[in-house]
Ligand binder design. Sequence first.
Ligand code: ZN
Length: 260
Amino acid sequence: MLIAKIIENDQLIQATQASNSEIYYCPGCKARVQLKKGNINIPHFAHINGSNCDVSAEGETVNHLQGKLALFTLLKQKYDEVRLEPWLSQIKQRPDLMVRKGKDWFVIEFQCATISLEKVRARTKGYRQLNYKVIWILGENYQNKRLQARTIAKFAIIYQQQLQVAFWQPTKGIVWQAWWQIDGKSRVLKRQMMANQPQQLLKLQQAVMQSKPEIWPIQNELYKIKRLVIGIPWECHPQYSLPGGLKVAQWQVIIRVLLT
Ligand SMILES: [Zn+2]
């Protein structure tokens, strides 16, 4: 981590400004941390004994620490206020960065290592409790290999009216990529109409006749409001493809949204 507290005055200090003569502790678990200044890594703090502190990302790689610091510098030019590793005591979480534009605060997580969907959800849930939006910025590890659709789904947000993922590139800064660019698919343009709504309906009728298993849960929902699958509104047979790499037919997604 790059930020620690000084025992005497409770002040936060950045590792680059810290000296070996002081005693530092973790803003999260309050345990002692050690200042590490070396030739290879940039100055940072580490828990002294193999700590089980949740909030410290022990084993943070050089890339993670360097990227976080570079992001801090970059974002300071773009936002009204930037905080490095702020400790959010209400939710006991410590994001990498937080930025403010006007009244709105955003959390920025700079993700280098792989992370489970459960962890992403748990962290996001915490930030949501405090009404912060989260932007995940993916490090080098995520750029050296082809990303799976499920990985994209984990981190993508709607940015400039498109489903996008943010990447950190040391030479270019923050690079946003739309899901179709990452997925190697061709872009779905607004003009690309499918114009096959009757055909979509015909396919659906066939699926009903064949009692396909995916039909039943939706059919049951529709029965409750005295409707039939083959009578769903035309909006459920969209003229344009939905972005995001759906695994089911588009009508299933749209009818569920309408039912909700
Ligand atoms: Zn700690």
